[in-house]
Write a protein that binds this ligand. Structure first.
Ligand code: S3P
Length: 432
């Protein structure tokens, strides 16, 4: 329950290498765990969520050696896979901590293992909706008990699973991934149709590990039964963590931040377009590609902030960046977001928590059932806010606080460690 005091800043300048991408780290660890042979992963996320994935995998009999941990470049791992369908029955409930990605994606793999397992998490995760994965995984042949659609989940897997064609009710990369990971163990081709595209890291990683993946229009399919090969992988920097520095540079006059080795996957980079529309100057240069994930350098400079609206079709592309984009609008311009009701079932109810926190800092914000409107015409005064055990809120409040006239105390700021343990020290290093 750490509290952090954030002082206003006049500008930010410098170079940052963001932590290894959280979404990609989970996927590489999960696939390495069910591949044949030993994979090496460089730059694995140092965040608590990705540690939860490793702890669950170890409890399923996977050997994982952490060979080095560096605050800048992340963790280096060696993971010895147990092969398709080869995980060992756990002897205790698996704890996914705060991580929805761990719970939902691992459930897809456990659904294909014919032993009982149970998945639980912290109080935030135990409030999050799981019916979205229970329904398709049960259609494939698993049995999953839950607390009225919420964790803990008790999974009785089946082998082999039946392939299905599935369309999630809400755009969700986690749901798509859970079904595709189960589909990897099914007989036949499992297909997921997504009318609005979501991050495609699972598809890219499956292909890299040697799975047979088919893409046709808005549908992605995976052929069951193909064994995966071990790989040597590098995780790109997390653009959702970089987003805090991108926004700080966009918000404060005379600022410039260069972000190195950041992932530039188009299904994650929609924030670049939004920032340009808002008035920031953003340059990107792709200079590397590992395991089919593009990465490169990004430079963000301040510009005069304008009024921007983000509608339902754009929401999946910036779902994790909406809190920090709201923080940007407290510095100037205006941001209207609609069709983002999913924010209410993230690590916290991010719509109400954002509105409450920003109001306490003096912002002009309206909350709606599916979004919010933030008008940047008022300078914040600072104050006391509660991150509600939500990492992205802790960091978004800090970025808003840079533009206030007085200091801001962020309670529960330690939550940032779920995705970005180094966040507050990097923030101090960028003040100029
Ligand atoms: C993630 C997908 C998104 C995102 C989450 C990470 C992933 O969640 O908000 O932080 O790694 O697939 P949903 O799939 O619930 O939209």
């Amino acid at each position: 329950m750490t509290s952090v005091l954030v002082q206003p800043a006049t500008r930010v300048r410098g170079r940052v290498r963001p932590p290894g991408d959280k979404s990609i780290s989970h996927r590489y660890a999960l696939l390495a765990a069910i591949a044949d042979g030993t994979s090496t992963i460089h730059g694995y996320s140092t965040g608590g969520d990705c540690a939860s994935t490793l702890a669950c995998l170890r409890a399923l009999g996977v050997e994982i050696v952490e060979s080095r941990c560096d605050a800048v470049t992340g963790l280096d791992l060696r993971i010895t896979g147990r092969g398709l369908g080869g995980l060992r029955a756990p002897t205790a409930p698996l704890d996914a901590g705060n991580s929805g990605s761990t719970m939902r994606m691992l459930a897809g793999i456990l659904a294909a293992h014919p032993f009982p397992s149970s998945l639980t998490g912290d109080s935030s995760l135990r409030r999050r909706p799981m019916r979205r994965i229970i329904v398709p995984l049960e259609r494939m042949g698993a049995r999953i008990a839950s607390m009225e659609g919420r964790p803990p989940l008790t999974i009785e897997g089946a082998s082999p699973l039946a392939a299905i064609d599935f369309e999630p009710e809400v755009p969700s990369a986690q749901v798509k991934s859970a079904v595709l990971l189960a589909g990897l163990h099914a007989s036949g081709v499992t297909r997921v149709r997504e009318p609005l595209p979501t991050r495609d890291h699972t598809e890219r990683a499956l292909e890299a590990f040697g799975a047979a993946v088919e893409r046709s229009g808005d549908t992605i399919g995976v052929c069951g039964g193909r064994r995966l090969r071990a790989l040597d992988l590098t995780v790109p920097g997390d653009i959702s963590s970089a987003a805090f520095w991108m926004v700080a540079a966009a918000a404060l006059p005379d600022s410039e931040v260069v972000i190195e080795q950041v992932g530039l996957n188009p299904t994650r980079a929609a924030i670049v377009d939004v920032l340009r529309r808002i008035g920031a100057r953003v340059d990107t240069a792709e200079d590397d590609r590992r395991a089919s994930e593009p990465m490169g350098t990004m430079t963000v400079r301040h510009g005069v902030l304008k009024e921007v609206d983000i509608g339902p079709h754009e929401v999946p592309g910036v779902i994790d960046e909406l809190p920090v984009l709201a923080a940007l609008a407290t510095h100037g311009g205006r941001l209207g977001v609609s069709g983002a009701q999913e924010l209410r079932v993230k690590e916290s109810d991010r719509i109400s928590a954002l509105a409450d926190g920003f109001r306490r800092m003096g912002a002009d914000i309206d909350e709606r059932p599916d979004g919010f409107d933030v008008r940047g015409s008022r300078t914040l005064r600072g104050g006391e806010v509660d991150a509600r055990n939500d990492h992205r809120l802790a960091m978004a409040f800090a970025i808003a606080a840079l533009g206030a006239t007085g200091p801001t105390t962020i309670h529960d700021a330690g939550a940032a460690a779920v995705s970005y343990p180094e966040f507050f020290s990097v923030l101090e290093s960028l003040r100029a």
